[in-house]
Write a protein that binds this ligand. Structure first.
Ligand code: GRF
Length: 203
């Protein structure tokens, strides 16, 4: 990896993880540079956060492409142009297709608000809360072709309190996200993550 490592962040929504990662980079806790923020949603507040920080942004709208493959091909071209070394999905609400997974396998991370393999999918906090688990948490993993199935890099457990509702639980899950996503990125940038089959060793 070069130092700083070139990152692209893909985000569809509010972008608090993006903000937090950018802050960790500013504070020199993570040896990386966010070269570009890409969104599938022109209204994503993540784009505004990026603009305020002077980070280049791109909106790639799925509706402008005939298929998911064509869409992903465009994303792959943007990432290649920007010489991106690590792709960080931060609230990116689309499944990543074959071309991108193959090009970036082991160099593309996602964060998921549950302890995988429990509660994959887009409603993880609600699903875990309604199931009645006593412990849930956060997972950072490399992206493969499945939905939230790739090799796990870091996890942090979050206890469910008796008086929690979904929002209060999600608030604590976010706090755990803000701890472990920058940490996982740092480990990767420093060459300390080693992918061995479906396991990630932290060396
Ligand atoms: C996070 O909870 C993350 O785990 C999930 O999407 C949410 C994004 O939040 N994949 P934000 O846009 O970073 O605030």
């Amino acid at each position: 990896m070069t130092s700083p490592t070139s990152l692209a962040v893909l985000a569809s929504g509010s972008g608090t993880n993006l903000e937090n990662i950018a802050k960790a980079i500013d504070e020199k806790a993570v040896p990386a540079k966010i070269e570009i923020v890409i969104s599938d949603n022109e209204k994503a507040y993540a784009l505004e956060r990026a603009r305020r920080r002077g980070i280049p942004t791109r909106v790639v709208r799925p509706a402008d492409f005939p298929s998911r493959d064509a869409y992903d091909h465009e994303i792959a071209a943007i990432l290649a142009d920007a010489k991106i070394e690590l792709v960080v999905l931060a609230g990116y609400m689309r499944l990543v297709g074959k071309e991108l997974v193959e090009k970036f396998y082991g160099r593309m991370m996602n964060i998921h608000p549950a302890l995988l393999p429990a509660f994959p999918g887009t409603h993880a906090v609600k699903d875990a809360f309604e199931y009645g688990v006593k412990v849930t948490g956060v997972t950072v993993h490399f992206v493969d072709e499945g939905e939230d199935t790739g090799p796990i890099i870091l996890q942090e457990a979050v206890r469910v309190k008796e008086d929690d509702d979904e929002d209060s639980l999600y608030a604590r899950i976010h706090q755990a996200e803000y701890r472990i996503y920058p940490e996982a990125i740092r480990l990767f940038c420093e060459g300390k993550t080693k992918l061995e089959g479906r396991k990630v060793r932290i060396i």
